[in-house]
Each structure stands twice: as C-alpha cells, then as structure tokens.
Design a protein around this ligand. Structure first.
Ligand code: UD1
Ligand code: MG
Length: 451
C-alpha cells in the first residue's frame, strides 16, 4: 500500500511569542518539523506535502533542506485543520493510497505508532490516533468511542462538562484513503465555537455515511504537542532524557547524565567517557574509547578513538581529530585536521589548518587565519614542535620535524628540520630594575603628598 504524508505546519504558534514560525523551533537543535518528517519517513512515503502558512518561506526552506522532494502547499489563511489538509489536494493529484496526516508541532511520534495506524486501516476506513491524558486539561479534542468504534470527536471548546471529563483525547494524527479523505473534507463545515474547519469533524462525517472509524492509542509522551516555550523546554527535556538513556544502553559512560546536552544526530561510540557539563551541537561523531572532559562544547566535528578532549575545549565545525590526539583547556579548533597523537593542550586557536602526526603545539599558539577579508591555511608537518605563544600568520607552512621558538611570529614558510626564531633579541641591563623602582616610588611619594 502506498502512503503519502501531509504535515500541517501553517499555524502561527501565537503562544510561542516568537518571530520564528512555531514548527522551526528546535528540539535537540533540529526543528520540530524535521523531527516530524523523520518519523514519517520510516513509512517510505511516496509523497510528502508540507502545508505552510506563517513564515512559509522559512518553513519551506527547512523542509527542503531535510528532503528536497518534499512538496509545499501554501495555506494563505489559517481557517482550521481540515482547511489545511485541503491545501494538499493538488500536490496529491493522481496519488492512490493512504494519506497520513501529521502535525509539525508534534515531533515525537514513534514510527511504530504510524505502522499501527496503517495496520488498523485494514479494518477501518478512518483511523485517528489518541492518547490518555494524565490530567484533564482545557486542550485536546475528546474522542467519543463505542467499543473500538470512534463515534465523534468533540473539541474542548464545544464539549459538554461530561465530555470534557473524558481522558481519551485526540492527537490530531490520522490515516485515511486519499480520495475518501478529500471527499469527506469537502463536507466539513465551520459551524463551531472557533468558526474553523475542524479536521476532527471527519469522524462524525464518516459515521453518517455508514463508514467505520476508529481511534488507536499511543503514549502521551509521543503526542506531546508544543504550543508554548514551556512546552518546548519540556519536550526538549523529554528528548534529552531519552537520548541519554539510549547512549547509556549503548555503553557510553555519562558521569552526570542530566548535565550532558545532546543534538538529535549525536553519535558516540562504546566505552567513551563523557564528563559533566558537555554540550553537543549538530553533526558530532565521537568514536569508541575517547574521553570528553568537563565543560567542553562540540559541533560539526569528528573525534577518533583514544582522543582526550578538554576540560573546557571547543571543537567547531570541521574539526577532525585523529586517534589519540589531545586537545586541552581553552583550546578552540575549527576546520582543522589534527593527525594521530598530536597535542594542542593549552590556550590555543587552531583554525583552517592541518597539524601532522605527533606534533606538539605549545601553549598560547594561534593560527592567524583571517586577514580581515579572507581566510588562509596553516600547514604544520609531522613531529613538529611549535613553541609557546607562536603566531602562525597564514598562509604559511612549517615542515616536518621543524621547531619554532617561543614567541615567534611566523610569516615565512619554515623548512623541515629548521628552527624559526622571530622575536627581538634579549638585553639584560645590570642594576636597572633597582633604579627604575626607586624612581617610580619617589614619583608616587610626591604625588601622595600633594593629595
Ligand atoms: C488540534 C485538534 C485537537 C487535538 C489537538 C492535538 C482540530 C480541530 N483540533 O487542536 O482535536 O486534540 O490538535 O494537538 O483539529 N494548522 C494549520 N492550519 C490551520 C490550523 C492549524 O496548518 O489552519 C496546523 C498547526 O500549525 C498545527 C496543527 O495544525 O501544527 C494543529 O493546529 P492547532 O491550532 O495547534 O490545533 P489545536 O487547537 O491544538
Ligand atoms: Mg496544538
């Protein structure tokens, strides 16, 4: 059976109080919409349609970045969830099969739940997805069941007191044959408390035609809808908790799990140790048996087996660290390859560079990669010793086994095996320190007297 996804993402999200469209707010650094798309992609949909409205261009861009085959249907005016689905009609022209409606603001739906919905479609014309809420609250439509038959869905605003007490509530997700779906939507009216075209009316409409509808159940956590910043924080916390548990199960040591912040795509190998307070941005892979020490920040980088990073290290996009490398405190690495066994242990910036195997970079070294207009590359060979406080003015190359003296400003290439020294010669003046101190003390005494 072919499936198509329709993901509703036109809403403004007024309660987010934001200039960013609601569905682009990130959870684990990935927009909510993309989480929903990834869940849906497990069904290998033939087509994916994103219904956009508020911030349409930005939403479309994020959707295309995730899946360039995604189609965009613009809902100019947000007249309700049924009206939103109706906008996908053209994009689904000629499609035969089931439509799964997902919400861009319900990011945690489990692919296995979507599969259960598809299975339930074998016995029912319309399948809705519901969940039992722990506490009665003034949101979510109520699912009115008769055995396993869904009789109707009543929105909270339109519900009687008795109906409001029902715990089985609507997630909004549904599965239905495409032709039937659009046929039923044509009949939806907007005569209700909100004056909107409710998708939830489909249940009653299906029944009135002698068709059969049902609602299957999933965990409340899966259908967690995000409507406010508080919901967003709660959803992120929920995601983080799950991701940490998964890492622990995979054999990663998290010394203080609740202080480690992960991105949705963070990959960490077995027997790696993560110390407290480490932040993972998008695009990080850490291989097995590495150590990420406390207070480090990593994004867009690759850390190989046996490397020790931090404490207080910053790895930025393009940092590529080979096996057994060392990156110590207050070191920033960006767009640079650090080869096997090389060390950058203290207070350094290494950007747009390559550092050869077993090379040691002294404390306070800086690759001066930016001339104010363009970025330039620094190439450092193998077994090099870069003295402390060396400034490498790129573009520049330091050959294998070369050395730079402490405090050197390297502006010319250094040959292999050579020593580069570029600093003023030292001169010692006997007794001058004493004289200078006496002079300064006398000056201060005169000034204190005046005051
Ligand atoms: C909806 C359901 C409710 C369910 C709840 C679950 C209806 C009428 N109500 O209510 O039964 O319990 O979700 O979270 O369906 N959207 C559009 N265009 C529109 C309106 C909405 O794209 O014109 C999108 C929103 O961006 C959002 C989703 O549809 O992603 C749901 O809309 P929302 O306004 O949050 O509906 P609820 O009032 O939460
Ligand atoms: Mg909602």
């Amino acid at each position: 059976m072919s499936t198509a996804l329709v993901i509703l993402a036109a809403g403004k999200g007024t309660r987010m109080n934001s200039d960013l469209p609601k569905v682009l707010h990130p959870i684990a650094q990935v927009p909510m919409l993309v989480h929903a798309m990834r869940a849906g992609s497990f069904l290998s949909p033939e087509r994916t349609v994103i219904v956009t409205g508020h911030g349409s261009e930005a939403v479309a861009e994020a959707a295309k970045a995730e899946d360039d085959t995604a189609q965009i249907a613009v809902q100019e005016e947000q007249l309700g969830t049924a009206h939103a689905v109706a906008q996908a009609r053209e994009a689904l022209a000629g499609f035969r099969g089931d439509v799964i409606v997902l919400y861009g603001d319900t990011p945690f739906i489990d692919p296995s739940t979507l599969e259960r919905m598809i299975e339930a479609r074998e016995s029912f014309d319309l399948v809705m997805l519901g969940f039992d809420i722990a506490e009665v609250q003034p949101r979510y439509g109520r699912l009115i069941m008769d055995g396993d038959r869904l009789v109707e869905i009543v929105e909270y605003k339109d519900a009687t007191e008795e109906q409001r007490a029902i715990r089985f509530t609507n997630s909004g997700l549904l599965a239905c044959d495409a032709d039937l779906l659009f046929d039923l939507i044509d009949q939806v009216s907007n005569e209700n408390a909100s004056g909107e075209y409710y998708l939830t009316e489909l249940a009653a409409l299906a029944n009135s035609r002698g068709l059969n509808a049902t609602a299957i159940k999933c965990d409340e956590a899966e259908t967690l809808g995000v409507d406010s910043r508080a919901d967003l924080a709660a959803a992120d916390a929920e995601y983080q908790a799950r991701a940490r548990t998964a890492l622990l199960q995979q054999g990663v040591t998290l010394m203080a799990p609740e202080t480690v912040y992960l991105a949705a795509d963070t990959v960490i190998g077995r027997d790696t140790v993560i110390e407290p307070n480490v932040v993972f941005g998008p695009g990080v892979t850490v291989e097995s048996g590495a150590t990420i020490r406390a207070f480090s920040h990593l994004e867009g980088c690759h850390v190989s087996r046996g490397a020790i990073i931090g404490p207080y290290a910053r790895l930025r996009p393009g940092a590529e660290l080979a096996e057994n490398t060392r990156v110590g405190n207050f070191v920033e690495i960006k767009n640079a390859e650090i080869a096997e066994g090389a060390k950058v242990n203290h207070l350094s910036y290494i950007g747009d560079a390559s550092v050869g195997a077993a090379t040691n970079i002294g404390a306070g070294t800086i690759t001066c990669n930016y001339d104010g207009v363009m970025k330039h590359k620094t190439t450092i060979g193998e077994n090099v010793f870069i003295g402390s406080n060396t400034m490498l003015v790129a573009p520049v190359t330091v050959g294998d086994r070369a050395m730079t003296a402490t405090g050197t400003v390297v502006t010319k290439n250094v040959d292999p095996d050579a020593l580069a020294v570029a600093r003023a010669k030292q001169e010692n003046k006997p007794g001058y320190a004493r004289k200078l101190f006496d002079m300064l003390k006398a000056k201060k005494a005169r000034r204190d007297k005046k005051a």
